[in-house]
Write a protein that binds this ligand. Sequence first.
Ligand SMILES: NC(=O)c1ccc[n+]([C@@H]2O[C@H](COP(=O)([O-])OP(=O)(O)OC[C@H]3O[C@@H](n4cnc5c(N)ncnc54)[C@H](OP(=O)(O)O)[C@@H]3O)[C@@H](O)[C@H]2O)c1
Length: 226
Amino acid sequence: MRIVVFGANGGTGRRLIQQALDRGHDVRAVTRQPRSFPVAGAGLEVVEADVTVDAPVEGADVVLSTLGAPYTRRPVTLYSRGTAMILAAMRRVDVRRLVVVSSGATEPHHHAEGGFLLNRVIQPLVTATIGKSTYVDMRAMEALVRDSGLDWTIVRPSGLFDSDSVTRYRLSENRSDGVFTSRADLAACLLDQAADRTWIGRTAAVTTAEGAPTLSAVLRREAFGR
Ligand SMILES: NC(=O)c1ccc[n+]([C@@H]2O[C@H](COP(=O)([O-])OP(=O)(O)OC[C@H]3O[C@@H](n4cnc5c(N)ncnc54)[C@H](OP(=O)(O)O)[C@@H]3O)[C@@H](O)[C@H]2O)c1
């Protein structure tokens, strides 16, 4: 399969590219910083592009987007502008299959596995403050994707943590009780979606149960870089 990946140079993207090459796919990794891209291998093409300017999707069987931007109190436009560019490019060259990463926090809800700290403190605080503009833009992205008329799947992870081991991740419609998703599982999920039509036109929440760290450790690292 020929796969184009946006957000290729990120934590999830790098794992995704490696897993895709390991599975024998041909991969185009799109990044603004090709010189810092660490993955190499047969079947890999690294292309320099800013997705808000250009989305090189020609020749793809499937497009996977794991674009991301840090939390900020300023307006965020990467998700909607970047995805609009991807959608326009896909229509132009007649590529139909798209899988995009969003977030479970676009639809805040009670997590049975989250306890008081997540449900009553962290989730309300993050979605109302430092994450607010991110989730506004992610919801705009989701709306664009749902209205695209393409063969789309939206994948919503919970709080991301680093791991290179793929586990038996869980998928559920729209939302999940699970609190964590490993970047390895998110990458594997995106690749599995590339080859499967079950979730076309649907939103899948993906979570990891095995080997997840503590809530406070993930929050410190992901939100504040410590
Ligand atoms: N952190 C969490 O707990 C959490 C929870 C739920 C969902 N998510 C979402 O999960 C996804 C993956 O997260 P992650 O932490 O693995 O990603 P990440 O490390 O933040 O990587 C995102 C990548 O997006 C690329 N990018 C940003 N702006 C771009 C632009 N204008 N043009 C082209 N590429 C651009 C960057 O690549 P270059 O700089 O190389 O171009 C970057 O490497 C993101 O969508 C994130 O919002 C995160």
